[in-house]
Design a protein around this ligand. Structure first.
Ligand SMILES: [Zn+2]
Length: 138
């Protein structure tokens, strides 16, 4: 919606060709309902430096780092199937991997990756640097 409920166009948003009844309410300068409808777009009028800011919700998760030592016990908890990964540059170097079935399909954890059990019980995988950036131990 780039029009207010009273039919006024919100500046710097798309326009369409639809005919609208425009109320004589004063629009974006006067009408509190029009001003409220336009407020989610206010950063566009002020410029990109006013883009909305978000921060991650704080959440506790359980996670395991996939290591050769823990691979079997992680597989027991998470389900899935252990696989062998080979270094593309050195076929003698082998690493452990884990294929984890999820609702969105099978995801692969490679050795060193963190397997995270989210708040809804779903599993996902993060690279160590991503994991350490987002989480700290409690
Ligand atoms: Zn209005």
């Amino acid at each position: 919606m780039a029009y207010t409920r009273h039919g006024h166009h919100i500046p710097n948003t798309y326009t369409d060709a639809k005919e609208r009844q425009v109320a004589r309410c004063g629009g974006l300068r006067m009408c509190s309902e029009c001003i409220r409808d336009a407020s989610p777009y206010s950063w566009r009028q002020k410029g990109p430096s006013n883009m909305p800011t978000y921060q991650t919700k704080s959440e506790q998760v359980q996670a395991w780092q996939l290591t050769p030592e823990d691979a079997d016990s992680i597989t027991l908890m998470v389900g899935g199937k252990l696989v062998e990964e080979i270094d593309p540059e050195d076929a003698d170097k082998k690493f452990v991997g884990l294929n984890i079935p999820t609702l969105e399909g099978v995801i692969r954890a490679s050795e060193g990756d963190y397997i995270i059990k989210g708040p809804n019980g779903q599993y996902f995988v993060l690279k160590p640097n991503e994991f350490e950036y987002k989480y700290e131990s409690v």
